[in-house]
Design a protein around this ligand. Structure first.
Ligand SMILES: [Zn+2]
Length: 261
């Protein structure tokens, strides 16, 4: 399984050489996008990833730094079918599931696509799904969602608005944090993960490393993304502090990082 980092930045103002959050997991010839910050379409395409092999898109929550690139990514899937008949044949009759915690945001994005050229008429279908706790996708990559407290507790009867995911394939397990409240929200799902992929937009990496060490959770590596100001301003200094706690089990990502799991 390969994890490609398309955007490593939290929801800051535009920052040199970093774009908002998005990664794609590649397993057995298929791609699965986790979050879709600005530029995820451009970056994945120019990295040479085969967007037409996308089997699922998972949005942790609907803040702009996680969704800003979704319309462009979906627009490009149609565009690729228009420019090459072989692409069109590959996509004929396909369904692309989009898992999202707020269907009204998907509807807004779909309206953008309809308002662009060609009324989004194409040979494949987008299939929106409201995320709830539990398994989302069982074929290929096995993905499970669990809610977190990044956007607080919903009122009675309302769905949760922010999720983290575990993803398993090829005998490997990844925990993808999305944005989260506190580390204990993730820990019950972190057991035996080969890779914990954690955000630093609301947390300091060295603090999370210390908490992980004290939690005695059994995990492989911890990889940080969705960087906040501490890392944006002092990447090497923050990395050194995190390594003091967990040594070479720690990695900080950049746009374009490629991690084999
Ligand atoms: Zn964010």
């Amino acid at each position: 399984m390969i994890l490609h980092v398309l955007g490593s930045c939290s929801g800051t103002e535009p920052y040199p050489a970093r774009h908002h959050t998005s990664v794609t997991l590649e397993t057995e010839g298929s791609l699965y996008f986790f979050d879709a910050g600005e530029n995820c379409c451009y970056t994945s395409y120019t990295m040479g990833l085969d967007q037409l092999s996308t089997q699922g898109i998972f949005i942790s929550h609907t803040h702009m730094d996680h969704t800003g690139g979704l319309p462009h990514l979906l627009w490009n899937l149609r565009k690729l079918c228009l420019i090459d008949p072989a692409n069109k044949a590959r996509m004929q009759g396909r369904k692309i599931p989009v898992y999202i915690p707020d269907l009204s945001v998907f509807e807004g994005i779909y309206q953008m696509l309809l308002g662009s050229e060609g009324h989004y008429e194409t040979v494949f279908e987008l299939e929106p799904h409201l995320i709830a706790d539990g398994p989302l996708c069982e074929k290929g990559l096995k993905v499970e969602a669990f809610h977190n407290l990044h956007l607080g507790q919903p009122s009675a009867g309302e769905p949760w608005k922010s999720f983290s995911f575990t993803a398993q394939a090829e005998g490997r397990k990844i925990l993808y944090s999305g944005d989260f409240g506190q580390l204990p929200e993730l820990l019950p799902h972190a057991h035996q993960a080969d890779l914990l992929f954690l955000e630093t937009g609301h947390h300091r990496a060295c603090d999370l490393c210390r908490e992980l060490l004290e939690s005695r959770v059994d995990f492989g590596k911890v990889v940080f993304y969705h960087h906040g100001v501490e890392i944006l301003q002092d990447f090497e200094g923050e990395l050194a502090l995190a390594k003091q706690v967990l040594g070479d089990r720690v990695l900080f990502t950049n746009d374009g990082s490629r991690i084999e799991v």
